[in-house]
Design a binder for this molecule. Structure first.
Ligand SMILES: C[S@@+](CC[C@H](N)C(=O)[O-])C[C@H]1O[C@@H](n2cnc3c(N)ncnc32)[C@H](O)[C@@H]1O
Length: 285
C-alpha cells in the first residue's frame, strides 16, 4: 500500500469514527473505554503459550466432538477428486457437522451465498439427503448453470438490500444460511441484517472467511455479543430479555468462522435460581 493510499484509508477511518461519535457520543465514549481490555486480550492471545498440561492425552472422550470417520462431510470431501470444484478451508468440515447434523435426512432449506464452481451445492445435497431444498446466490451470471430440480439459483449482489427483499419474497423459509460469498465486511453485514431475522426458529447462520485480526465484520459481531450480555430489564423475577437475547441462543467463534444459532422458541425470562439450603453469609441474593 502506498503512502497516499494509506493516508486516504486512515482519513476514511477517522471520518467514520467522527460520524459515530457525533451520532452516539455517550455510547461511543463507553466503547472507547473498552479499548484497553480489548487490546489486553489481543496481546495476551498473541503471546499465549501452551503449558505442559496440553501435552497430555485428553482424559475423557466425547470431546473433540467429531472424528474424521464419523463425519460424512469429511469422507465426501476426501473422496471428491474430480468434478465440480469445492473451495473450503479444511477445518470447516468438522464445524459444519457439529452444527448441521441435526438437520440430516429432514426437509431442510439451505442457502449458500457464493457458488463459484457448484461443487459445494452438490455436497450439501449429498449430506442432507433427498428431502433438502438448496438455494444458491452468486453475483456471477455463469452460476445460473447449477440450477436443477432441487437447486434454485439467484443471481445478485449480497450487499444489495433490494436483492434480499426479492429473495425473501420468493424463498419463505431458510433453515441454514452459509455465507461464502465476497467476504467483504459490508457484504457480510448487509447479509446478516437482512437474513438473520428471516432464519427459521432453530436455524443456523454460518459466516465463513472472516479473515484478519481487527476485521470489521468481527467488530460488528462483537457489537452483537455486547447485546447478548445485556442486563437492562432487571426485575424481581429475573431479566426480561431483549428480542435479540430471546431469539439468539448462541454465538460460536472458530478460526475464520462465526456460527449463530437461533432459538427454537423465544426465551421469555433469564433467571438465576439458587439450589440448596446451606449458604455462606458473605453474599446476599
Ligand atoms: C469462495 S467462492 C465460493 C466457493 C464455494 N462456496 C465453494 O465452496 O466452492 C466465492 C463466490 O462468491 C461470489 N461473490 C463474490 N462477491 C459476491 C457478492 N457481492 N454477492 C454474491 N456473490 C458474490 C463469487 O462470484 C464466487 O463465486
Amino acid at each position: 500500500m502506498s503512502l497516499i493510499s494509506r493516508f486516504k484509508s486512515r482519513y476514511k477511518d477517522l471520518q467514520k469514527i467522527t460520524k459515530v461519535f457525533i451520532q452516539q457520543p455517550q455510547l461511543s465514549f463507553k466503547r472507547l473505554t473498552k479499548l484497553p481490555a480489548n487490546l489486553r486480550g489481543f496481546n495476551y492471545s498473541q503471546e499465549w503459550q501452551p503449558s505442559a498440561v496440553t501435552n497430555k492425552q485428553p482424559s475423557f472422550s466425547g470431546l473433540p466432538a467429531v472424528s474424521q470417520s464419523s463425519n460424512p462431510l469429511k469422507s465426501y470431501i476426501n473422496s471428491h477428486k474430480e468434478g465440480k470444484g469445492i473451495l473450503k478451508w479444511d477445518h470447516y468440515f468438522d464445524i459444519y457437522h457439529q452444527h448441521f447434523k441435526k438437520f440430516v435426512g429432514h426437509e431442510v432449506h439451505i442457502l449458500e451465498i457464493g457458488i463459484f464452481s457448484g461443487g459445494s451445492l452438490e455436497m450439501w445435497r449429498d449430506y442432507f439427503g433427498s428431502k433438502c431444498h438448496i438455494y444458491g446466490v452468486d453475483i456471477q451470471e455463469e452460476c445460473k448453470m447449477y440450477e436443477n430440480e432441487y437447486t434454485n439459483i439467484f443471481i445478485g449482489d449480497q450487499a444489495d438490500r433490494k436483492f434480499w427483499k426479492l429473495f425473501k419474497d420468493k424463498v419463505p423459509v431458510v433453515d441454514i444460511l452459509i455465507d461464502d460469498g465476497g467476504h467483504q465486511a459490508e457484504q457480510q453485514i448487509v447479509t446478516l441484517e437482512e437474513m438473520l431475522p428471516h432464519l427459521s426458529p432453530g436455524g443456523i447462520y454460518f459466516c465463513e472467511d472472516i479473515h484478519g485480526s481487527y476485521n470489521d465484520f468481527a467488530s460488528y459481531l462483537h457489537g452483537l455479543i455486547n447485546s447478548l450480555n445485556d442486563m437492562i430489564q432487571l426485575s424481581e423475577s429475573g431479566i426480561s430479555p431483549t428480542q435479540f437475547q430471546s431469539w439468539i441462543k448462541s454465538m460460536h467463534f472458530y478460526p475464520y468462522v462465526t456460527v449463530i444459532e437461533k432459538a427454537e422458541r423465544p426465551e421469555e425470562k433469564i433467571v438465576a435460581t439458587g439450589h440448596g439450603t446451606e449458604w455462606q453469609p458473605f453474599l446476599k441474593f
